[in-house]
Design a protein around this ligand. Structure first.
Ligand SMILES: Nc1nc2c(ncn2[C@@H]2O[C@H](COP(=O)(O)OP(=O)(O)OP(=O)(O)O)[C@@H](O)[C@H]2O)c(=O)[nH]1
Ligand SMILES: [Mg+2]
Length: 243
């Protein structure tokens, strides 16, 4: 059987130093291509991405966004632009080296039995490195809260390391998404469960960023606190998703 082909979407905002390291590691996987979705990063990440596209011809694309900055919007635009590509899988990954490209084959392999695979910190074998206790507790609490309110089964609903079968991702109604930040990742998983898609998790070791700045703002946290309730309530009122 031929190995599946995967297109990895990486949203970037001020990741000039991290993106080249990530890219070189990803390009070691022969069946992987990359789409960088840059939000006009002030540090020039967009230009760095363009140079990488020249260095790896035919394997890297760059989408330059200039309006409506946001992680969720970047993913929606990026996913829309590649849904009809001749690839088996579409993956999501952070640029800050928190998600180890060497673990991508584990996620890819698990799509043999699932429609979406989450790289999970909170299944046996998963780990978080270099997070202060406060951040660790926040993430644990957030996941317990999300699971309780939304009744999602996944242990790590906020992980941004994911791999989707392309046709499965195409069945998720992206146009309905409203949120950004972590809440976007939860919204997407909720929509996947509603289709319903088969969701699996494989353990990853998440490493906190060493370079660049965090974008975890109060607004992102506030949105994340409300989103699970919005989703839980929408279950009662929303029509079933079209397939
Ligand atoms: N295109 C785009 N990418 C973004 C935006 N905000 C964050 N990102 C990217 O999304 C990924 C995750 O963002 P992070 O800042 O690492 O968020 P985080 O992991 O919650 O926080 P830290 O790792 O603690 O900084 C990274 O690749 C960021 O560069 C945005 O507004 N637009
Ligand atoms: Mg990060």
């Amino acid at each position: 059987m031929t190995p599946p082909t995967a297109l990895v979407i990486v949203p970037t905002y001020n990741e000039r130093d991290n993106l080249p390291v990530l890219t070189v590691a990803l390009m070691r996987h022969p069946n992987v291509t990359l789409l960088v979705v840059d939000d006009d990063s002030p540090d020039g990440t967009g230009g760095v991405a363009d140079a990488l596209a020249v260095e790896f011809p035919g394997r890297i694309e760059v989408m330059h966004r200039t309006t409506n900055r946001g992680l969720g919007r970047s993913y929606v635009d990026g996913i829309r632009s590649v849904l009809d590509r001749p690839v088996d899988l579409i993956c999501q990954m952070d640029a800050d080296l928190s998600h180890d490209p060497r673990q991508l084959p584990d996620l890819i392999a698990a799509t043999a039995r699932a429609d979406v695979v989450i790289g999970s910190r909170y299944v046996p074998g998963g780990a978080v490195v270099n997070w202060p206790r406060r951040r660790r507790l926040l993430s644990r609490f957030a996941n317990a809260y999300i699971r309780t309110v939304t009744r999602l089964n996944a242990r790590d609903c906020t992980s941004g390391y994911r791999c989707w079968r392309r046709e499965a991702l195409a069945s998720v109604p992206l146009e309905r998404f409203e949120s950004d930040g972590y809440a976007f990742l939860v919204e997407m998983l909720f929509a996947a469960a509603a289709v319903p898609l088969r969701i699996a998790e494989v353990p990853i070791t998440f490493v906190e960023r060493r370079q660049g700045e965090s974008k975890l703002t109060r607004a992102v946290l506030f949105e994340s606190a409300l989103m699970p309730w919005r989703l839980a309530l929408s279950r009662k009122t929303a029509p079933p998703p079209s397939r």
